[in-house]
Design a protein around this ligand. Structure first.
Ligand code: TYM
Length: 326
């Protein structure tokens, strides 16, 4: 039986944090066992906010390295930089031509980012490029965190609209969103999600942070003025977030955590969480240290060549459907 196709992407801005890791990356790695996986460092999405070109290239390499160190295997999966495969942007234009602006106006991430960084056309049409990333390879499934749900809905709508207008071409992709870990919260404000763009670096833990930084971040994590380790997102969002992290990093269930640490003080509990995070992330940090930039650049170039070959065939079919042949 032919394997189903998985596609996902990550922006190379800032560095990969435990939200990215628990919400998406761990699934990317696991899915390689069963699916035909395509993973992309989406550099064109990243430039929709102002960036320093001098450091951006290094950011791209660093992001690729973290993903490989965490287990994305370029021998098994197609892995490359989005900007090196021009079919993404061509398909985005075609899909943009069937996207209503009313629908784009409703995208909550656009509204948030535009409020912070100012609006531009790239930011506005960002979800259309994301739809093109996914549909270009006829992906069946897309592993993402909770914050990408709305973008996935748009992708599914566009696939249906295209199929209706031009003939059956795209499968309707399913999101793969983990039951726990889909929305890891900020350590400083546990009512908003952990984010690369948060100005306060104490709000997140990076996959590459060393043990001391991880201990410090968790020690300073905002909790509440009560006591008791209990899962309660309403009144104890900070503690609940730490419990979720402990569960995912240690494999313990929530019931086991409550039974074992229910009566512990926050200080002691935080130490337990920190050690579980440190232990799980240590091998990634080690693997990262062993990868060389030049080697990764070569892998990414090879990935782009393979991706272009595959994308070209698919894109020919789209062109034919739309009447852009010859
Ligand atoms: P990005 O780079 O912001 O994030 C990468 C992945 O991490 C997930 N994520 C989180 N999960 C749990 N808790 C959090 N606090 C958290 N923060 C981020 C995101 O949901 C994402 O899965 N638009 C995408 C990139 C993209 C893409 C695509 C994804 C472009 N094209 C095609 C899938 C398919 C983004 O900005 O991800």
């Amino acid at each position: 039986m032919e394997r189903k196709t998985v596609f996902s992407g990550l922006q190379p801005t800032g560095n990969v944090h435990v939200g990215n890791y628990l919400g998406a990356l761990r699934n990317w790695v696991a899915l390689q066992e069963e699916y035909d996986c395509i993973y992309c460092v989406v550099d064109l999405h990243a430039i929709t906010v102002p960036l320093d070109p001098a450091s951006f290239n290094q950011d791209r390499i660093d992001a690729a390295k973290v993903l490989i160190a965490a287990g994305v295997d370029p021998e098994r999966s197609l892995f490359y930089y989005q900007s090196q495969v021009p079919q993404h942007t061509e398909l985005a234009w075609i899909l943009g031509s069937i996207t209503g602006t009313g629908q784009l106006n409703r995208m909550t991430q656009f509204k948030d980012k535009a409020d912070r960084a100012g609006s531009n056309l790239g930011l506005y049409s960002y979800p259309v490029l994301m739809a093109a990333d996914i549909l270009l390879y006829r992906a069946d499934a897309v592993p993402v965190g909770d914050d990408q749900k709305q973008h996935l809905e748009l992708t599914r709508d566009l696939a249906e609209r295209f199929n209706h207008r031009y003939g059956e071409e795209f499968p309707i992709p399913e999101p793969i969103i983990p039951e726990t870990g889909a929305r890891i919260m900020s350590l400083q404000d546990p009512t908003s999600k952990m984010s690369k763009s948060d100005e306060n670096e104490e709000s997140r833990i990076l996959v590459l942070d060393d043990a001391d930084v991880i201990r410090k971040r968790i020690k300073r994590a905002v909790t509440d003025s009560g006591s008791g380790i209990r899962l309660d997102w309403e009144t104890k969002p900070g503690v609940s977030n730490l419990m979720e992290m402990l569960s995912l990093f240690s494999g313990m269930s929530m019931a086991e955590i409550e039974a074992e640490y229910g009566d512990s003080g926050y200080g002691t509990f935080k130490e337990v969480v920190a050690e579980a995070v440190i232990e799980d992330l240590a091998p990634i940090r080690r693997a990262y240290g062993e990868l060389e930039d030049g080697e990764v650049a070569r892998l990414m170039q090879r990935g782009a060549l393979d991706a272009r070959t595959r994308a070209e065939g698919f894109q020919q079919r789209v062109r034919r459907r739309v009447g852009l042949t010859g």
